[in-house]
Write a protein that binds this ligand. Structure first.
Ligand code: FRU
Length: 494
């Protein structure tokens, strides 16, 4: 009897996990952010823009809400904000499950699959990790795996996550691949035959864990017409606050190897929170845009967070550019993509106030249902510490405070709501802030996450939070001085 009951429970669970669920089916289902309808998601994969559509593929286990046999899930959007779920694009096969990778548009038909074929390049994770390709000639709706797979093999155990792009000066494809704790570069005339060119990584940046999910792209240089290459390197563990994190390097690329322009410098982190990982960018985006997307979680606790039918959301898309800091170094700026403005409801403005000790702003966050954008500008800072708390009546709170002496912005989620599901979850994260007269903050609060963009995205902090009910109140506080703050709230508009 006991056995029959557990079989029935298993079947019900399986059916439940296969059902497509509406977007607001549970308290922690976000609104601004992409989530799978049900099942487990990790890394964004194969992001490519073509024929007016942004394609988003992703690491997907449709049968459970924990990691398992990996497929490529699929969704499309015309505006990066509203997504249509499509059937699974790639299923496991005899070479293995389908790990992370990228996609390109083969304009010149170099591979022979047809002009403008959408070609996915991914890791087949079987007995060993090898690289395979699949193509679609119907706008990504169906894929055919190449009969000659795998196209790249090696005996190294961690050999994965190919990011491929066309390198015009040498008229050939380039692949950057994560191999142990380095990135390897290969090239190919046809996406099928690959030649090793170089390795990057020894003695460079953070090495607290294995390197994964690389990206390599060119961006306009800051203030001049020269360009720079940016190498994104996700690593796990070894992130800035434990577990997963994304570091980057800036420098040059000659078609064969990448050179870091500032070796030995401090590690450059793309995000100073705990929940931004596997960040990669869209291929073929219009108007030379370089749009990044991360998986908004951390391998430390991704399979323990208290969502019910799905696990994990992505970050919001972020447009990347370069800027120079006062110290002369070149850094990456990640601004929320401008499409996000269309999701702003009617603005509620709070005129400037002077904060001396604690100041409660009663109504600012009322009626938002835990989904809102909050902009604030802090000026005339004499306070040693200038902070604010988002909180609810149940005592859940997130504290953000700027320490002027340290020039650091802190985010404390130790009392943010239920945190006991993992000892690694309660945390205080911090980001360096450049000296300036004003501090501009833009927060995206979305039921179970807060993305904090500092000074237009010069620094970003992404952290998950699970308040029992939405944070619907805010208070500002100052220690050792005063500051002025004005704020605008935009409730989410679908
Ligand atoms: C990164 C990662 C990748 C791998 C995928 C498997 O989060 O470990 O290196 O391809 O997840 O799901």
């Amino acid at each position: 009897m006991k056995r029959i009951t557990s079989i029935c429970a298993g079947i019900i669970l399986l059916l439940a996990s296969c059902t497509t669920l509406p977007a607001t089916d549970e308290p922690y289902r976000p609104a601004y952010h992409f989530t799978p309808a049900s099942g487990w998601m990790n890394d964004p994969n194969g992001m490519v823009y073509v024929d007016g559509e942004y394609h988003l593929f992703y690491q997907y286990n449709p049968a459970d809400i924990v990691w398992g046999p990996m497929h490529w899930g699929h969704a499309v959007s015309t505006d990066l904000m509203h997504w249509t779920h499509l059937p699974v694009a790639l299923y496991p096969d005899s070479l293995g499950t389908i790990f992370s990778g990228s996609a390109v548009i083969d304009k010149e038909n170099t591979a022979g699959f047809g002009a403008n074929a959408l070609v996915a390049i991914f890791t087949s994770a079987g007995k060993s990790q090898t690289q395979s390709i699949a193509y679609s000639t119907d706008r990504g709706r169906t894929f055919t795996k190449y009969a000659g797979n795998p196209v790249l093999t090696d005996s190294v155990p961690d050999f994965r996550d190919p990011k491929v792009f066309w390198y015009e000066p040498l008229k050939r494809w380039t692949m950057i691949l994560a191999v142990g704790q380095e990135m390897r570069i290969y090239s190919s005339p046809d996406l099928k035959a690959w030649t090793y060119r170089s390795s990057f990584g020894a003695g460079q940046g953070a090495h607290g864990g294995v390197w994964e999910c690389p990206d390599l792209f060119e961006l306009p240089g800051e203030g001049t017409d020269e360009t720079r290459w940016v190498l994104l390197c996700n690593l796990n563990p070894g992130g800035p606050f434990g577990g997963s994190g994304t570091q980057y390097f800036t420098g040059t690329f000659d078609g064969n190897s990448f050179t870091n322009e500032a070796p030995g410098e401090v590690t450059k982190w793309m995000d100073w929170g705990k929940d931004n990982y596997a960040t990669v960018t869209w291929s073929n985006a219009p108007r030379q845009r370089r749009i990044a997307l991360g998986w908004m979680s951390n391998w430390q606790y991704a399979d323990k967070v208290p969502t019910q039918h799905f696990r994990s959301a992505n970050t919001v898309p972020r447009d990347l550019s370069l800027y120079r800091r006062a110290d002369g170094g070149i850094y990456l700026q990640s601004a929320p993509s401008s499409e996000l403005f269309a999701l702003r409801g009617k603005a509620k403005k709070q005129a400037a106030i002077t904060v001396d000790r604690t100041y409660n702003v009663g109504e600012l966050l009322a009626d938002t249902d835990g989904v809102y954008e909050l902009e604030m500008t802090l000026t005339d800072l004499t306070a040693e510490v200038a902070g604010f708390a988002l909180f609810n009546d149940g005592g859940d709170r997130v504290d953000c405070y700027y320490n002027q002496m340290e020039r650091a912005l802190y985010f404390d989620r130790t009392k943010s709501g239920p945190t006991a599901f993992s000892p690694d979850f309660p945390a205080v994260t911090s980001a360096p802030v450049e000296q300036g007269d004003t501090l501009s903050l833009r927060l995206l609060v979305d039921r179970a996450s807060i993305e904090l963009f500092i000074n237009g995205g010069r620094e970003v902090m992404t952290n998950l939070v699970f308040p029992a009910v939405p944070y619907n109140r805010i208070s500002f506080y100052a220690k050792g001085g005063t500051f002025n703050v004005s704020s605008t709230l935009y409730p989410y508009k679908p």
